[in-house]
Design a protein around this ligand. Structure first.
Ligand SMILES: Cc1cc2nc3c(=O)[nH]c(=O)nc-3n(C[C@H](O)[C@H](O)[C@H](O)COP(=O)(O)O)c2cc1C
Length: 172
């Protein structure tokens, strides 16, 4: 199973990137998943009407070749962050009907429904199927200079376990 783990935050101190790194590690080491890691900071992004850069074309190829996806997002103004929206607008050919999961970092606990915008886009535009388990983390769950608190670590482990199990079943 080829899983693309896409960390979409451009923030150097991103918390959602740390969620993605941990799930990537768990998928590889505990569940023998063949993950492909993309940090959106390494992609030269352009909005959709300005054409794709070479790195955007490479990302689009990776999207098409992958069996399923883990998206890391930060909440910006109650919705997905800007970089992720650009990827969704430009690089998602070949993702139709595939499985995905969401790892989300936010500033406040009241924005938890923001991940539903990603759910809606993936379901309505490409008929994708979501893992019914979102990891939503606040600063207190993931301190800048420390490890995830045990409750978050547990949620990440459950996410990775269920993603690997259901992802494989959907490919069988
Ligand atoms: C432009 C902007 C808008 C934000 N809007 C929200 C918001 O609506 N709700 C919220 O809970 N946090 C909001 N935040 C806080 C981020 O979700 C938080 O910093 C999170 O850690 C971002 O993910 P990242 O660390 O992976 O970049 C906002 C941050 C920025 C920079």
């Amino acid at each position: 199973m080829r899983t693309l783990v896409l960390s979409s935050s451009l923030n150097p101190a991103s918390r959602s990137r740390r969620l993605c790194q941990r799930v990537d590690e768990l998928l590889r080491t505990e569940h023998e998943v063949d993950t492909r890691w993309v940090d959106l900071r390494d992609i030269e992004l352009r909005p959709c009407h300005l054409g794709k850069t070479d790195s955007m074309r490479a990302l689009a190829d990776l999207v098409a070749e992958s069996d399923n996806y883990v998206f890391g997002m930060g909440v910006h103004c109650y919705t997905v962050n800007d970089g992720l929206k650009m990827v969704l607008d430009t690089c998602m050919k070949g993702c139709e009907d595939k499985f995905f999961g969401i790892l989300c970092a936010a500033g406040g606990e009241k924005s938890y429904l923001s991940t539903m915008h990603l759910t809606q886009m993936c379901m309505n535009e490409w008929r994708m199927i979501q893992l019914p388990r979102v990891v939503y983390a606040l600063e207190r769950d993931l301190p800048e200079d420390g490890a995830p608190v045990p409750a978050l670590e547990e949620r990440l482990a459950l996410f990775a376990r269920d993603f690997a199990t259901i992802g494989r079943k959907l490919l069988a």
